[in-house]
Each structure stands twice: as C-alpha cells, then as structure tokens.
Design a protein around this ligand. Structure first.
Ligand SMILES: [Zn+2]
Ligand SMILES: [Zn+2]
Length: 330
C-alpha cells in the first residue's frame, strides 16, 4: 500500500528520541492528550508538546500541498514577485510600521511581557525569527501579518481578551507560520486586490492579469495558505482540542457563553462545511471580504483539515523529532 503522508491514519509509528525504540499507537487516543504519549521502553515523552523549541522544523513539514502547488503557480508568473516586491517595497513596510507604532502597542519584554513570552514560545516552536509584534485596540477577534519585505504581526485586543493563553499561543504560531513559509508579500497583495486597491497593479501594468486568471489563483492560494499556517498553529500548541477551541472562538466566541461552547459539536459543523467546499465559492468569498480587514475566513472548513492532519504520520514525525533531536537534559 502506498504511504500517502496526507492520509489520516488510525495508528502511527514513531521512534523514541531518547532510546530509539519504535512505538506504535492509536491517533485517536493520542489526540486526547499528546503530552501523555510515552515510550513503551524508556517511558520518556514521545512527542515534543511541552513548549520546547523545534529547531529542526522545516517549511515542508507544515506547508500544505495545495499551498505549495498554488504558490508555485504564482511564482511561475515571470517577475511577478520581483515587481510586486519592488512596488510595495519599503514604502508599504514603512507605512505599516508607522501605522502600528502610531496607533497600537509594540509588545516586548517590557511591554505586555506575558504576551511577549507567548510570542517567543510560538517563534521557538515554528523555528522562525519573530518580526515585531503589535497589540491593536479593536473589538474584533483577529490577528494578521502584513508587509512586503519586512513583515509585522498584530493581534487585536478583542482576541487577547477572549482567548486563553494557549489559544493565543496557537494564533501567534499561525501568524509566524505565514512568515516562515514566505507567504506575507503575496497575502498582502491578495488583500489589496480584494479591497480594490488595483491602482498599484495598474502601475506595474499588471491590472489585466490581476482581473483575470491571476486573481483566481491568488485568491485560491490565499485560502490554501491558511491550511499551512493552521498546521504551524497545531504544532505550536501541540493540542488538537486547543486548536479546535481557538477556531471556534474565532468563529463565534463569546465570553458570556464560553462554558456552553462545545468542541465536539463544532467538529460536526466543520465536517458539514467541508462537504460544501467549492473553488468558485472561495473566490466569491474573497470578493465579499472587500473593504473589511477580516483576514481569516472559512474558519470551520479549516478545522476539518487540521483534524485530518492531526491523524497523519507526518504530524507525529514533526512532534517526535529525529533520534538525536533530544534535549541535553531530557
Ligand atoms: Zn524511549
Ligand atoms: Zn492566516
């Protein structure tokens, strides 16, 4: 039987990074609490889900094949990236930096240190150099990464006030995965195109392209890039329940109803949404986003994909690490 790394499995095999013993276990049982998966031989924790940095995490570990495919198509358009990079370039980055410095709060060791600590943990998990982080006063529950060559990450007060620390960690991991995977420039372009900021593309003589097939590819890839970032998010928290709960909060989180929100019911809903998936629909949804800053649509559809990935051998390989990736002090 061919081993498809994208295929959810009932059980997986990983080797222990402490003693090298091979361990086979049920994914369903493991997902109840990944911290409790221990080596049958040395009793060491098989999976790295306690916040330790994953210094061996590579792009291909978390990039969804649909993201890679669509991004390759975009990058195959001659000079597109260079033109867009030049066009947006340092002016756009400066504007964004100034906008956030001027109206938000820059998070660091001195400013909102609890949030900063979560940010550093997420960066360690994703193995990426973290760009500046800003907290912005907005009631909507959101986080985004913006920029061209020099990105910045922002989270809204609405998100920080609604979510638990572990959920915030996941969201930060998601944003940092966009940075690690080189998504930021094209995602910025997608948002600008969706918002009707076509003047930029006109300048580059790309308006015709943008209105035609490029727009389709760009919007579709935008959605696919979320699936990769969600994988980063799942790796950052090391908990599927946290992951699903985070996305439930994004979809309709309410502090008043927090105790009544049910993860299992949300999973059923995610499966229903997946049944409706359709590329044309994606493009229309992106059109609908025009004028809004909402950058993470289709929350429920994404949860379905995250659940599937959490049952693949690839996911457990990332968490188990190679033998020899063991820390100096186990
Ligand atoms: Zn062992
Ligand atoms: Zn995202």
């Amino acid at each position: 039987m061919a081993n498809n790394p994208e295929q959810p499995q009932e059980s997986v095999t990983v080797s222990c990074r402490f003693c090298g013993a091979m361990n086979r276990f049920s994914t369903e049982r493991a997902l109840l609490d990944l911290q409790k998966v221990i080596c049958g031989q040395c009793k060491g924790k098989l999976l790295r889900v306690s916040g330790e940095p994953l210094t061996d995490l590579r792009n291909e570990h978390i990039a969804h094949p649909w993201d890679r495919e669509a991004l390759a198509k975009l990058k195959a358009i001659p000079y597109l990236e260079q033109i867009l990079g030049k066009l947006l370039g340092s002016t756009f980055d400066k504007l964004q930096r100034f906008n956030h410095l001027g109206s938000g709060i820059r998070v660091d060791a001195r400013q909102a240190p609890r949030l900063h600590k979560l940010y550093l943990e997420a960066a360690g998990r994703i193995d990426v150099d973290p760009p500046p982080l800003f907290l912005v006063q907005r009631p909507d529950v959101n986080a985004y990464t913006t920029g061209a060559a020099q990105p910045l990450v922002a989270v809204t007060t609405g998100l920080v006030d609604l979510m638990s620390d572990r959920e915030i960690l996941g969201v930060l991991g998601h944003e940092l995965a966009h940075v690690k995977l080189g998504h930021v420039l094209m995602r910025t372009v997608a948002i600008l195109v969706a918002n009707g900021a076509l003047a930029l593309l006109n300048l580059a003589g790309l308006a015709q392209l943008a209105l035609g097939p490029l727009k389709m590819v760009l919007f579709k890839w935008y959605q696919m890039s979320e699936l990769s970032a969600d994988r980063g998010e799942l790796v950052a928290t090391g908990s599927l329940t946290t992951h699903i709960r985070t996305h439930m909060m994004l979809a309709g989180g309410s502090t008043k109803l927090a105790d009544e929100l049910d993860v299992a019911a949300f999973v059923d809903q995610a499966n229903d949404a997946e049944a409706m998936r359709d590329s044309e629909l994606f493009v229309s949804i992106m059109e609908m986003l025009s004028g809004s800053q909402r950058s993470h649509p289709l929350v429920v559809w994404r949860v379905h994909h995250a659940i599937n990935w959490a049952r693949t051998q690839a996911f457990y390989d990332v968490l188990a690490g190679a033998p020899g990736s063991r820390p100096l002090i186990p």
